[in-house]
Design a protein around this ligand. Sequence first.
Ligand code: ADP
Ligand code: MG
Length: 698
Amino acid sequence: MDGVNVEQEELLCSVHTPTASSSAKTAFEKIQSDRKTLPVYPYREELLRAINDHQILVIVGETGSGKTTQIPQYLHEAGYTSRGKIACTQPRRVAAMSVAARVSQEMGVKLGHEVGYSIRFEDCTSEKTILKYMTDGMLLREFLGEPDLASYSVVMVDEAHERTLSTDILFGLVKDIARFRPDLKLLISSATLDAEKFSDYFDSAPIFKIPGRRFPVEIHYTKAPEADYLDAAIVTALQIHVTQPPGDGDILIFLTGQEEIETAKEILKHRTSELGTKIAELIICPIYANLPTELQSKIFEPTPEGARKVILATNIAETSLTIDGIKYVIDPGFVKMKSYNPRTGMESLLVTPISKASANQRAGRSGRTGPGKCFRLYTAYNYYNDLDDNTVPEIQRTNLANVVLSLKSLGINDLLNFDFMDPPPSEALLKALELLYALSALNKHGELTKVGRRMAEFPLDPMLSKMIVASEKYQCSDEAISIAAMLSIGNSIFYRPKDKQVHADNAHLNFHMGNVGDHMALLKVYNSWKDTNFSTQWCYENYIQVRSMKRARDIRDQLEGLLERVEIEITTNPNDLDAIKKAITSGFFPHSAKLQKNGSYRTVKHPQTAHIHPSSGLAQVLPRWVVYHGLVLTTKEYMHQVTQLKPEWLVEIAPHYYHLKDVEDLASNKMPRGDGRSAKINNVVKDGSVSFQDGNEV
Ligand code: ADP
Ligand code: MG
């Protein structure tokens, strides 16, 4: 984001404040006058007084009112930073980076100096940093090193309404330290109006409301459900673009993820080029978490005269980022959401209908700078009858192993009595304890072991941390951290351009030679790249994403530092494939599966049917026994990142978890069914265009 330069900033400001056009103000002065137009500004003094008078304050204000960018600056201007840093937490890393970049511009300082951000594996702060934007997960990790957060004078838990797992845990921790640190100020800020719940939880803390500017938004529903919401969204966007005067406002489309956004981008490009010069220019801006930073700032660039911007965003644009100039919102009504089945221990990432609260937030994005329109690609009936009122907090639909390990290492042993705003299902807590016990992170009394203490040092999933800690025994810690770093990148290593898929696939085949499995293939990619002295050319030739590799290298460097901290020597054992696979198995043994006669797999514990994902190097090989990194339910239950294993390793490595009978024949014809949550409200075939009912104003 430091790519947003001053020139762009000038343009941005002229969009915000049309009155401050060609006067002789410098860019910096314009930013300052711009700050004064935000809804929070008239309440600056009142807000500072309230913060002075109360230790804990709940702050509520519409998205775009200036909570995130302004309040930390007000506190700094009022002198709070002379007593310690100000932390402002964000549920999303893109938001933390983007907001920090913006605030550093507003303050006229270099990003990373007085204003910085900290996200997992990336610390853009320095000794000088006084305003620290960070993901909620990072503040949680800071508790491990500084349990009373002594270096902070203010903690602002921002976007509290998102109720991410880390935010919910932070609530409990900050509430606790506030009791013995009367000098610490706690701000809980939220974009939604049901702040009473936060107030109740924080011992009736007062609620400070920032009255928002809100223009009327016309809501349109489709007459019938849409079978293909992506197509419907694209058609709707083009309809708006073609029929509405150019320059009257931009379009924001909410999609569920990177792949969908990239697909939509291609289709939109194609269709607009077919329409040629008959239509005004349509600038397509994607925004999602993995989008390279330099491209992210594009959404904030002002739309040139006569053109229109269409922003293809994930849920990040719902409340985390404020984009000015949106007049039309297209809401297909879906979000990609994690869910967790504590019975089987399976996590899944499913495209699910959003809640009413979400739908209303999305609609609100169109009415920030003038009257707006929201096109809901579902029926009014769906909205009123099928959508839940609120999104279930993440803590109630996720695997808790990571958080339980962190809490245990903070010395919080009695988890059942932890002060949760909404407690997780006790089954999920038990499952987490069970897993950590299986991984030897906890002993049978539920206390942290030495292994557990070491594992907690790594900001990774406990199974990955365990793999690293166990690699000491197999003398392959070097390989283990490379694999962990590569796995942490997600699935953006192998590049497969649409017009060169065959070339790319051939290049990638090299890494899978000998059917070594996906973990070893990732290791081979990393080591081959390292052998070329990290050559960019090599990446191009092998259809490997350079950017992902650089990130993997950064992560690997950090993991190497952490190895040193837990006193595990760096040892390499490149020729002993079994040793490396045993280290992997030491972390991932709970994820083992056995081939069935019909080519599907059956997980060994908590039996469930699964398939090797087609992108895996082993998809055609179908080894008899495998361990997998993750299981994702999309069209089927798919295992991602799969490695072959010898069944006797399970008993050798985890005798407390597997018995001989588990690894002998498990044949049983009963195929357990998935739990049938393939949630779609759009299941009726559609014809060619999208028709909406008359708008209802809200
Ligand atoms: P809130 O936290 O209340 O939703 P913010 O403080 O994030 O509001 O945003 C206030 C205003 O700052 C926005 O309306 C927008 O005009 C501006 N802004 C925020 N982030 C950026 C950015 N990255 N680039 C340009 N302008 C921004
Ligand atoms: Mg905000």
